[in-house]
Design a protein around this ligand. Structure first.
Ligand code: SF4
Length: 512
């Protein structure tokens, strides 16, 4: 028998053929290991569709590797030999195969990487070259800065990767950022394309049955699973977006509309985060669409900023600051996450829409996450670990490296402004401007202190008043504090009282 040279572990979010640790495999002497483990599926109550996505994509990836002649060891969740965690499976297979070398590409999540690094095995680690900016490069960039800001990081990334630049290195269109053009509400009569659907094949149906059996207690439905689980289908989803979504993505990327969960969004983040799509190719396709005149600059720039700006920036912050970053709680929040986050049972239409579609599709777009469910959690003073767990559990694309900085830093400002320069707090007026939710809501967005007033309004002013010590000095909050100061003392007291009463109801476990 040929001696076993190399065993390469591939994790559920590393399903890329060009993964660093998969390069140079000897098909005779090397093999690949993939394991479905309960610890990863249960460490938070992941949405059943997310578990199905990862397991099904892993099985399809294993099949594709086998067809290419690679030896694959695959451990299913219900395999009686399955020991339930990545480190324990790694030890079991090390002892079974006795390979000369164990190879792993660095993990997305700190928790998992620590558990593997401390499992007592000698491992050759590879840099995750699927990201444009390595952990070390980000640390170098951050080293001499008093304050990190995504915008400056993003410009560096544009320059370094020569994306949307003129010949002299200046940004195309004369500016780096066209975000101001990307905040239009959806006009009446404009409707998004029907979402691309990918009905489950036999392998996915087997996974759906497995997930239904083991994870029925997790929040969220499996019924609507139609997400791509192969590279080819992920590419088809991307092509569909290029044809039907991208041109309008820029203008309406912040818009929200009742019963329209996807609008002009690509829905590719989950496929990208597990390795079914390649960020360089996505950037190149978007840039090509711009240069060919098919899309406006604000659409191209806005999309590319998400990919090489925010996505790479939050990963850099995560790896620079973990594990302490997860403990951030700048406002000292202690309130429990209301039960309606898990059920959608609330009379606030914006929250009901955002939560129900999250339970139904494991998806909400960034403004629903930031300015509806996130905004409410910020205003209500929810304890950061609880809201972070909710985001990590409920969204198909949520892995901790991307979820934690987005939730703890951007949504909750719990890192004290390390990641973003100001809290994204807003009253119901913002939601009214960017959506049609308020038209059919049980609450009145024009009211702030009456019993049927929009809860976001009083909670917004209450938030500003209770954290004035921390926020008044922030130059980006100057205008909102001027607005607060313009209110009469009587009005301020009424807003405070209404805010107190809403928060007390949350503490009683009431929904509203
Ligand atoms: Fe949301 Fe307030 Fe509008 Fe109702 S009125 S949809 S609670 S913002």
């Amino acid at each position: 028998m040929t001696a076993h040279r190399r065993l390469c572990l591939v994790l559920g979010d590393q399903l890329s053929f060009d993964l660093a640790s998969l390069q140079g495999l000897d098909k005779e002497r090397d093999s690949v290991l993939l394991v479905e483990v309960m610890e990863e599926a249960r460490h938070v109550p992941h949405h059943p569709q997310k578990i199905a996505l990862v397991f099904s994509a892993m099985r399809h990836f294993a099949e594709a590797l086998r067809q290419a002649g690679t030896q694959v060891h695959y451990v299913t969740l219900d395999d009686p030999q399955n020991t339930g965690s990545v480190p324990s499976e790694l030890r079991r297979w090390q002892s079974l195969l006795q390979p000369d070398e164990l190879h792993i590409t660095e993990c997305g999540d700190w928790r998992l990487e620590q558990s593997i690094r401390t499992c007592g095995l000698a491992i050759e680690w590879h840099r995750d070259s699927r990201f444009l900016c390595s952990r070390a490069e980000f640390a170098d960039w951050a080293a001499d800065k008093k304050q990190l800001r995504m915008e400056f990081f993003y410009r560096e990334m544009r320059r370094k990767n020569r994306i949307l630049l003129n010949g002299d290195g200046s940004p195309v269109g004369g500016a780096w950022n066209f975000d101001a053009d990307n905040r239009k509400p959806l006009p009446k009569g404009v409707r998004p394309p029907a979402p691309a659907r990918f009905p489950p094949d036999t392998l996915t149906q087997e996974v759906l049955a497995l997930v239904a059996e083991h994870f029925s207690s997790h929040y969220g439905t499996l019924a609507n699973f139609d997400y791509p689980v192969t590279h080819a289908d992920a590419q088809a989803l991307w092509d569909y977006f290029l044809d039907w979504g991208l041109a309008a993505f820029g203008d309406y990327q912040d818009a929200m509309a009742s019963d329209e969960p996807f609008l002009f969004h690509a829905r590719i983040s989950a496929a990208l985060n597990i390795g079914l799509l390649d960020v360089r190719q996505l950037c190149s396709d978007v840039e090509a669409a711009y240069w060919s005149g098919n899309i406006a600059l604000n659409a191209a720039e806005g999309f590319i900023r998400q990919l090489i700006g925010w996505r790479e920036y939050v990963r850099g912050v995560y790896w620079l600051r973990m594990p302490d970053y997860a403990d951030g709680n700048a406002f000292g929040n202690t309130r429990s996450l209301p039960e309606f986050y898990w059920t959608g049972a609330t009379r606030m239409n914006c929250m009901r829409q955002a939560i129900n579609q999250s339970l139904e599709h494991a998806y909400a777009h960034h403004i629903q996450r930031l300015m509806v469910t996130g905004n409410f959690a910020l205003l209500a003073g929810i304890a950061p670990p609880q809201i972070c767990e909710w985001y990590l559990a409920i969204y198909m694309d949520a892995f901790e490296w991307v979820e934690l900085p987005n939730t703890l830093g951007m949504v909750m400002h719990a890192d004290g402004g390390y990641l973003g320069s100001k809290p994204y707090c807003a009253s119901g007026q913002y939601i009214k401007r960017m959506s049609d939710y308020c038209r059919t809501c049980a609450y009145k967005v024009s009211e702030s202190t009456t019993e049927d007033a929009c809860p976001f309004n009083a909670l917004y002013w209450h938030f500003l008043m209770r954290h004035a010590d921390l926020l008044r000095g922030n130059h980006r909050m100057g205008m909102v504090y001027k607005n607060l100061d313009r209110l009469t003392e009587t009005k301020q007291q009424a807003l405070w009282q209404r805010g107190q009463s809403l928060l007390a109801r949350l503490d009683e476990g009431e929904s509203f």
